[in-house]
Design a protein around this ligand. Structure first.
Ligand code: SAM
Length: 285
């Protein structure tokens, strides 16, 4: 059934994430009939247009002109234009520009038509072999080690599969961090989805790191199993882990950082418990 057409409309049109055949018949029709196509990179979209003999006029819509361009597009739609928004690959707005023009259309009472289609996070979730009843999409992790570790630590207690887009250059380091934080959790690296060199690496973070080797190319979705069901950090378990780390020579501050990152419990709570335990422990020789 075709979508009701108002006088003007914004279509959100997914494009392939690798395999050129992953574009729907409806996406092609909408792009063919559009009065204007707003594209993240007009050169990339021009290639798609050549492949499918599409000829709608293209304008750029990217992070640097989004505010001004959104206002212009709203005016065009208000005037009756059928505008399609595409990004370089996959679903617009998913770590790509677009939400401002969607918001502006909603505020202006204009019609929005969202087409389903390719999205790397969803393809990766479907094939990872991890539960998908609940998932957390985290976009790109921070570039630097400290903030990245903190971002992961904040998610330690979440009982949902974690999904991230990751730069291939930082993937090895991120896997090392995960191996340290959550050594037993299942991980999946979904590389080059729908492309010739598609690769799925499944195992613990350390196993995935070993399989990955020195590879720094490709496009990557990184998935991590959520906090294990049934594992609660009851006081006795927490005390045992604190005592173990104390016996390895760590101070209360380091123990608090490490266990907060691993368990999601508040750092201050662990610190206070570690201090209390260190006072009640017989001095180490
Ligand atoms: N809007 C896109 C979508 O729907 O998936 C995502 C855009 S985001 C700027 C680009 C990131 O998506 C890449 O750095 C990579 O992490 C992920 N990605 C895109 N295509 C991919 C593919 N074929 N295989 C694995 N990851 C991919």
């Amino acid at each position: 059934m075709s979508v009701h057409r108002g006088p003007g409309i914004l279509h959100l049109v997914p494009t392939p994430i690798g395999d050129p055949e992953d574009i729907t018949l409806r996406a092609l029709r909408v792009l063919r009939e559009a009065d204007l196509v707003a594209a993240e990179d007009t050169r990339t979209t021009a290639m798609l247009f050549r492949a499918h003999d599409l000829h709608a006029p293209l304008v750029s819509y990217h992070d640097h002109n989004e505010v001004a361009r959104a206002a212009e597009l709203v005016e065009r739609i208000r005037g009756g234009a059928r505008v399609a928004l595409v990004s370089d690959a996959g679903t617009p707005l998913v770590n790509d520009p677009g939400w401002r023009v969607v918001r502006a259309c909603i505020d202006a009472g204009l019609q929005i038509d969202v087409l389903p289609g390719a999205c790397a996070a969803i393809v990766a979730l479907a094939g990872a072999g991890l539960p998908v009843d609940r998932f957390y999409y985290g976009g790109f992790l921070p570039r630097d080690e400290g903030p990245r570790r903190e971002a992961l630590a904040e998610l330690a207690a979440l009982r949902a599969t974690l999904v991230f887009y990751e730069s291939p250059v930082r993937l090895a380091t991120t896997l090392d961090t995960l191996a340290h934080l959550w050594p037993t959790r299942p991980v999946c690296v979904a590389r080059n989805l729908t492309k010739e060199h598609e690769q799925w690496i499944r195992g613990t973070a350390a196993e995935a790191r070993a399989i990955l080797g020195e590879e720094t190319r490709g496009e990557v979705v990184l998935l991590v199993g959520g906090a294990p069901e049934g594992v609660t950090f009851d006081p006795a378990t927490l005390d045992a882990r604190i005592t173990q780390l104390m016996s390895e020579g760590l101070g209360a501050r380091d123990i608090a950082s490490q266990l907060a990152a691993a368990t999601g419990l508040p750092r201050r709570e662990i610190y206070q418990r570690a201090v209390a335990l260190s006072r009640s422990e017989p001095p180490r020789r």
